[in-house]
Design a protein around this ligand. Structure first.
Ligand code: DX5
Ligand code: ZN
Length: 222
């Protein structure tokens, strides 16, 4: 299994965003960008101009987790800003099939996200449309929350579905991921790990990525 680490910029020092992106450039696999509107979730983070401003600093895959109402509205601007992958909440997107086509027409990869209270059955019909399925392990809106192990059965269901259909869809987990919680998500079948606080809350974000990767890969003594 190829494991990928996606540091979440939400936990970065916003006064030094460029430096924070550079700190994980070359060590992480993706940069996770949480866009919030204060409507779909009760918080406002950063938006499309901030993403565009960071694009020239790195070749990291820009993984945009959009937590807004009517997320499809922003697809063209996200593509223009240099996003590579957009993930939309199944709770927010009216028609995931249309959203996936619209994303692909703009050259974007596409994924769906499932919040903790939403059952796996709400996502399953759309997995075949997706490059990635994101299982939230906290309620969306804020970094630094405690990991919810009760969502792991959805990661297991996703892994079973993807493997039994011969697909290579990534299965991402987001919320409360650290060296303590990542192994259980890996064992359930996740292969992409979002980590905000565990990376940007550390003194050395690059080392934190390396350590998290080592724990997930089962290597000791980094
Ligand atoms: C929450 C965001 C997460 C958040 C994770 O809505 O989707 O990506 O940044 O932060 P940590 O890793 O601190 O739980
Ligand atoms: Zn996120």
């Amino acid at each position: 299994m190829r494991y990928k680490i996606a540091p979440s910029l939400l936990a970065a020092d916003f006064a030094r965003l460029g430096d924070q992106v550079s700190a994980v450039d070359g060590v992480a696999d993706m940069l996770h960008l949480d866009v919030m509107d204060g409507h779909f979730v009760p918080n406002i983070s950063f938006g499309i101009p901030v993403i565009a401003a960071l694009r020239d600093l790195t070749d990291l895959t820009f993984d945009c987790h959009i937590m807004t109402s009517n997320p499809t509205t922003y697809l063209a601007e996200l593509a223009e800003a240099g996003v590579d992958l957009v993930t939309m909440h199944v709770e927010a997107v009216a028609d995931p099939t249309r959203a996936a086509s619209a994303a692909r027409a703009l050259g974007l990869s596409f994924g769906v996200v499932v919040s903790p209270p939403t059952p796996w059955a709400a996502v399953e019909p759309f997995v075949e449309l997706c490059d990635l399925v994101l299982v939230m392990s906290v309620h969306p809106g804020f970094g630094g929350q405690a990991f919810m192990p009760e969502v792991l059965h959805k990661v297991e269901a996703a892994r079973k579905w993807v493997d039994s259909h011969g697909l290579t869809t990534d299965i991402q987990i987001d919320g409360g991921i650290s060296d303590k919680t990542a192994p259980s998500a890996r064992d359930a079948g996740a292969n992409v790990f979002v980590a905000g606080t565990a990376v940007f809350g550390a003194d050395d974000p690059a080392l934190a990525v390396a350590e998290l990767r080592a724990v997930i890969e089962g290597v000791t003594g980094v």
